[in-house]
Each structure stands twice: as C-alpha cells, then as structure tokens.
Design a protein around this ligand. Sequence first.
Ligand code: 8X3
Length: 258
Amino acid sequence: MNHDPASHSPAARRALVTGASSGIGAATAQRLTSEGWQVFAVARRAERLEHLAEHEGIIPVVCDVTDTEQVAQAVQQVAEAGGIDTLINNAGGALGVDPVAEGRQEDWRWMFEVNVMGTLNMIQAFLPMLREHGEGTILNVTSTAGIVSYEGGGGYNAAKFGQHGLTGALRLEEAEHNVRVVEVLPGMVKTDEFSAKRLRGDAAAAEKVYAGVDKPLLAEDIAEIITHAVTLPHHVNLDQIVVRPVAQAAQHKVIRRG
Ligand code: 8X3
C-alpha cells in the first residue's frame, strides 16, 4: 500500500499555533517554520508577536481564543491567507496553587475559559476548514495535570482533565472526517511564563518550582515532539504523548539535587 507522500511534505503544510507569543507556542511556531511550514501564530497581544513576525514563514494573528468574535475574525484572516491543515491548541495556563477548599472562583473560571473554552472555540471555528482539507490534524497541548491530580492543583487539574476529556471525544468523532487528533501531555516544562503566571508574578517562588531539578523539559523539547507528531504521515495518529523530564518520575516524585 502506497500512501501519497506529497501531501505530507513540509512545503505543503500550514499550521496555526495558539499561545504563540512565548514558551511552547513560540518554540513550536519557530520549529515548524524552520522545517518549511507556513505558520499562523496566534496570541492576544500584538506586541508579543512582533519578534515572531521577523521569522520568515510566520504570520501573526492577534486573537484572544476565549473571544468567539475574535476567533471568527481569525478564521477569516487565515482563510484569506490560504487556510491551514493543522491546528495546534497550545494556549492555556494555571493560576494559583490553592487547595480546593480555598481555591479562588475567579482563578478556576479563568482556567476553564482559557484551557477548555479557548480550545473549544478554536476547534469549532476551524473544523470546517480541516475537514474540507481532507487530511486535517488537531493537536491539543494538555498536561500531565490532565490525567493525574495533585495537591494544590485542583483548579488546573479540573481544567486540564476537561481539555483532556474533550480531546478524546473529538478523536472518536472526527475519525470519519479523516481529521486526526493528537494530544501532547507535558509534565514539568521550564518556561518564562508558566510558573510565574501561576504564582502571580512571584519570580522567586516560580524559580523554586525547578530548584535542583537536573534538566527540566524546555519549550524546545515539546516543540520537537509536536513537530514530529504533526509531520508523521497523516494516517499515523499518536493519540497521547505523555512527556516528563527524567527527574520527574511522577507528579509527586521529583528528583532534586544540591
Ligand atoms: C504543567 C505540568 O506538573 O505543573 O502542565 O502540572 S504541572
């Protein structure tokens, strides 16, 4: 059986990456373009996308994924610029480390909005384009927090379990439209923003998250995995990719030295 390789050549591939202004999203946008992809880089703040726009092959799209009107405008912009075959939902985040008993309702709402509703908005908006393409791909960046709960993780766990749940349903539903659905579930990844945001700008506390950890994962590690998953021949569906640094053998077991 010979699968047509032409449709998988990077030159023919076009992706949209959300949360692209920093961290995993920015690294993924750069990695894909370095391999010849055309990338639409989506983020809320235009100024945060400027440095990416300098890269050949990256088209900035200013859009808040939690705002359905802005998402509809993004679809139009992307369609006019040639459309996509791959949607990478990376926008998300954590806010707070409070136990469930004391979790702030506004934090939980924000986490649901950005992780679950933002992903839903993008999927609903871009699915017609992906189905029409004939070999569409959706890749959702969830988290190991979406499959294992931990103390202080309640709100983030709830949101990521939600995003993980919708990803599984989507894979079952879209197979008949030949849209593959990939889930990448990173553990501890040291980025500029994830822990700083979660810990409300407390840089010292954010640094402590990674203290003594020999080589936490970096955004580039996840970008490499994402690029591999979406570049594989389209009939190959990596359903779930759970990835942690060696030093984080489990959510509760982190090896720290020094
Ligand atoms: C981030 C992974 O371990 O901080 O999505 O929950 S963790």
